[in-house]
Design a protein around this ligand. Sequence first.
Ligand code: DSN
Length: 429
Amino acid sequence: MGSSPFDSWITNDDEVTSLLAQEWDRQTTTLQLIASENFASPAVMAATGSVLTNKYAEGYPGRRYYGGNQVVDEVEDLARRRLTALFGADHANVQPHSGANANVAVYQALLEPGDTILAMRLDQGGHLTHGSPASITSKWWNFVSYGVTPRSDDPDNPGELIDFDNVREQALAHRPKMIVAGATAYARRIDPASFREIADEVGALLMFDSAHVAGLIAGGSHPNPVPYSDVVAFTTHKTLRGPRGGAILCREEYAKKIDMAVFPGQQGGPLEHAIAAKAVSFKEASLPGFSVYTEQIVANSKAFAAALAGEGFRNVSGGTENHMVLVDLREFDAELTGKVAQEVLDRAGITTNRNTIPDDPRSPFITSGLRVGTAAQTTAGMKEGEFATIAALMACALRQRDDEAAIIQVRNDVAALCSSFNPYATFTK
Ligand code: DSN
């Protein structure tokens, strides 16, 4: 097992050093296809591991509860300025520790307990914070939902797209105080203008949850929801390629309420080391090369979807327009569940996650689908040809899942492929 370039930072803890080296190996010798993951840059990781982790800074720049925040104020102001400039927003809050925190803070800021929120159904692509019975969100607010259009066999109109007639019907029937656009397992563009039109029709606020596609928006590959939305909330570590964390953009009129809901409403001391890393990633996302990166992400997804279809998999909605492909496994193999596929692919060095597909007959723990994403391996330099190879390796492993020698062969082929695309190859020890 190799050591990682970060090992030298840890001099007195053999156990953690060893675990970091193991994870370094895993990330650089196997394929990372979780749609919500990426490889952050060395600069982002350096800021995350910086002295800013030592500082308490409850409050906001210029209004802190502790002393010694002169530098921290500049860091957080820089992050806010870079973020508002990146998306053309009035106001930014960069303190949310995660996307879930950001979403709950938005609801807390702009709604009363018991208010109605219209969001995407979980089993059709929505997120836990869009009203899952297991989430605190469904206990505090009254969620109603919209879904996708039925699947069709017409190749020109395969269905499984956000059903805007259903969004409008539900909005008219329930008169929600807020409509949430955005998804966690949906491979198509989400049109913010159509959501705005419906929100205006019923007098609802519009929140756009762009956790997955924030990077695609920053790179210009997807439409910017900011001009259409009252609030946009997202994570910083998916396609945006920053540190783990969340952020919120809003119109000036909501700025004070949003800030109050994040701190002191939801959180205590902000993670200023993560905020510095967010600032780094916002700068990286503003550079011309980032658009080239996001265009390649989408091109890779399209090539991946086509190659998966060629191997006999069915792509939900017939394809993709973003960084992910949602695969229905049943046409490839009626017996194969998402759970088994994920486990087999793990053994073969291909990291994916099982996922429900619209109207999935199996439970969310078993599932009939698999979600795969291209953002991380695109960062590592892979292009369309490599994603066609990955589709073939996946099919090979899943077809021969009971043959251990075949799985080992795929794992070796994966390692050979990864050896030419190490995302941290430029690091020196
Ligand atoms: N865990 C994220 C995802 O994978 O989409 C959502 O929270």
